[in-house]
Design a protein around this ligand. Structure first.
Ligand code: NAD
Ligand code: USQ
Length: 386
C-alpha cells in the first residue's frame, strides 16, 4: 500500500510510519516541524531529545534496510499539498498533522486562531488535493473523543439516530468540545463528512482518546528511533505526566476534584487501530467514525493507579489536588461506545499493573533531565491573553 503519513515527525506519526514500513508498505512522511517550534516557544522539551527526522529515517534504514521518504512542508500551503498528492498518488492518507494541544490553543487569541487555521485549513487543503489527484484514496483522519465533550447521555460512534416531532434521521452526534483545539477537530469532522457526502470520498474519522506510553515494537529497535514523550503542562497528556512526576518523586497533579473521565489507550493500540482502519477502508461516500480508546478512567483513578505503581517500585508517590486551570466538569456521567475497532479485531493493551510498572521503569531509567517547573499548569482557560 502507498501510505502517506501527515505529521510523521510527531509522537504518534513517527511510530506509525515505522509500523507501516516494517510490514512492507511504501511510506511517505510529511511534516513542517511546527511541533519543534511550539516546544521552543513554550520553553519545554520532551523527556529525551528527539533526533531530527532525517537522522531517524537513516537509522531506520540501517536497522531494517527499508526506506521511508520525507517531504518537508506546511499543509496550509495548498501548492505543497497538491504537489504531494499528485506526485505520490497515495492509496491511504493518515492525517496526524495538526496542533494537538488543548492548553496551547487556550493560551491567547494568537494561539487559538493559529490552532484553528493550522488544523482546519491544512485539512481542507488535503481534501481539495484529494479531489483533484486522488479521489479514491482513503483518508484516515485523527479526530478526538474530546469533540463530544462530556454529555449527560451515552456517546455513540460518530452518528446518532434522532427522532424529532415524529420523524427520524441519522445525524452526526452533537458536539460539546472543551477547548479551541478540540473545536478545530469538530470543524474538521464536519468538513470531511461534507466531502464524503458531496464528492463521494471514503474517510475514517478516528475519535481518539488520551494516548499514553513511550515504546512501540519499532521505537525500541534503536536510540535514534524513539518517539517524543512529553510531560510538560502544554503537550504532556495526563498519564504520561503522572508517570514522570512519580519517577522524580513529585506529587501527581490532579486538577480539581479529579472526577474528569476520559477514554484512554496505549500508543501501541493507536498504531494497531490506525492499521486496522487502513486495512479495512471506508466505502466510497462513507464517513465512518470510530471511537478509538480501550478503557475509561477518571483522572483520580489514574493517579491512584500510578501512586500504587510508585509504591510497588519503592517510591513514596503522593497525589495533590491543584486548582483546575481548565473549565470542565469535574464530576459527570461518561459512557462512550467503542466497539467498532474491537469488531475489526483490535486486541487492546490494557493498563494492567504490569504495564504500568514497565512504563514507570522505562521513565525512571530516562528521567535525568526532568524540568519539574513544567508540572505546574501555566495556562488557564478563563485567562486567555489577547
Ligand atoms: P504531535 O504534535 O507530536 O504531532 C503532530 C505533528 O504534525 C508534528 O510533528 C507537527 O510538526 C506536525 N504538523 C502540525 N501542523 C502541521 C502543518 N501545518 N503542516 C505539516 N505538519 C504539521 O501530536 P501527536 O500527539 O502525535 O498527535 C497526532 C494527532 O493525533 C493530532 O492530530 C492530535 O490532535 C491527534 N490526537 C492525539 C492524541 C494524544 O493523546 N497524543 C489523542 C487524540 C488525538
Ligand atoms: N489533567 C489533570 N492533571 C494533569 C493534566 C491533565 O488532572 O496534570 C486532566 C485534565 O484537566 C483533563 C484530563 O486530565 O480533564 C485530560 O487532559 P490531557 O491533557 O491528558 O488531555 P487533553 O487536553 O484532553 O488532550 C489530549 C491530547 C489531545 C487529544 C485528547 C483526547 O493532547 O491531542 O485530542 O487528549 S480527549 O481527551 O479524548 O479529547
Amino acid at each position: 500500500m502507498r501510505v502517506m503519513i501527515l505529521g510523521g515527525d510527531g509522537y504518534l506519526g513517527w511510530p506509525t510510519a515505522m509500523h507501516f514500513s516494517a510490514r512492507g508498505d511504501d511510506v511517505y512522511v510529511v511534516d513542517n516541524f511546527a511541533k519543534r517550534q511550539w516546544e521552543m516557544e513554550s520553553g519545554i522539551e520532551p523527556l529525551l531529545p528527539i533526533p531530527p527526522l532525517h537522522r531517524r529515517v537513516r537509522a531506520w534504514k540501517e536497522v531494517t534496510g527499508k526506506d521511508i521518504r520525507i517531504e518537508v512542508g506546511d499543509l496550509c500551503n495548498h501548492r505543497f499539498v497538491y504537489m504531494l498528492i499528485e506526485r505520490y498518488r497515495p492509496e491511504t492518507i493518515i492525517h496526524y498533522g495538526e496542533q494537538p494541544s488543548a492548553p496551547y490553543s487556550m493560551q491567547s487569541r494568537t494561539t487559538a486562531v493559529y490552532s484553528q487555521v493550522n488544523n482546519v485549513v491544512g485539512n481542507l487543503n488535503v481534501l481539495f488535493a484529494m479531489k483533484r489527484f486522488a479521489p479514491e484514496a482513503h483518508l484516515v483522519k485523527l479526530g478526538t473523543m474530546g469533540e463530544y465533550g462530556t454529555p449527560n447521555i451515552d456517546i455513540e460512534e460518530g452518528w446518532i439516530e434522532i427522532e424529532h416531532n415524529g420523524r427520524k434521521d441519522r445525524m452526526l452526534y452533537p458536539k460539546k468540545p472543551g477547548s479551541f483545539y478540540h473545536l478545530s477537530k469538530v470543524h474538521d469532522s464536519a468538513n470531511v463528512e461534507f466531502a464524503c457526502r458531496i464528492w463521494g470520498f471514503r474517510a475514517t474519522d478516528l475519535n481518539q482518546g488520551v494516548v499514553y506510553g513511550i515504546d512501540t515494537d519499532q521505537t525500541v529497535q534503536g536510540p535514534d528511533l524513539r518517539t517524543s514523550f512529553h510531560y510538560d503542562d502544554v503537550f504532556g497528556t495526563v498519564l504520561n505526566r503522572f508517570l514522570v512526576q512519580a519517577a522524580v518523586g513529585e506529587k501527581l497533579t490532579v486538577y480539581g476534584k479529579g472526577g474528569q473521565t476520559r477514554g484512554f489507550l496505549n500508543i501501541r493500540d493507536t498504531i494497531a487501530c490506525v492499521a486496522l482502519a487502513a486495512d479495512n477502508p471506508a466505502k466510497a461516500g462513507e464517513f465512518r467514525v470510530f471511537n478509538q480508546f480501550t478503557e475509561q478512567f477518571s483522572v483520580r483513578e489514574l493517579a491512584d493507579k500510578v501512586a500504587a505503581a510508585g509504591r510497588r517500585a519503592g517510591l513514596d508517590t503522593q497525589i495533590t489536588s491543584l486548582p483546575n486551570p481548565r473549565v470542565e466538569m469535574e464530576e459527570h456521567y461518561y459512557n462512550a461506545k467503542h466497539t467498532a475497532l474491537l469488531d475489526l479485531g483490535l486486541k487492546p493493551h490494557l493498563l494492567t499493573d504490569e504495564a504500568l510498572d514497565k512504563m514507570l521503569a522505562v521513565v525512571r531509567a530516562n528521567c535525568g533531565h526532568v524540568e519539574k517547573s513544567s508540572f505546574i499548569p501555566r495556562i488557564r482557560w478563563d485567562a486567555a491573553k489577547k
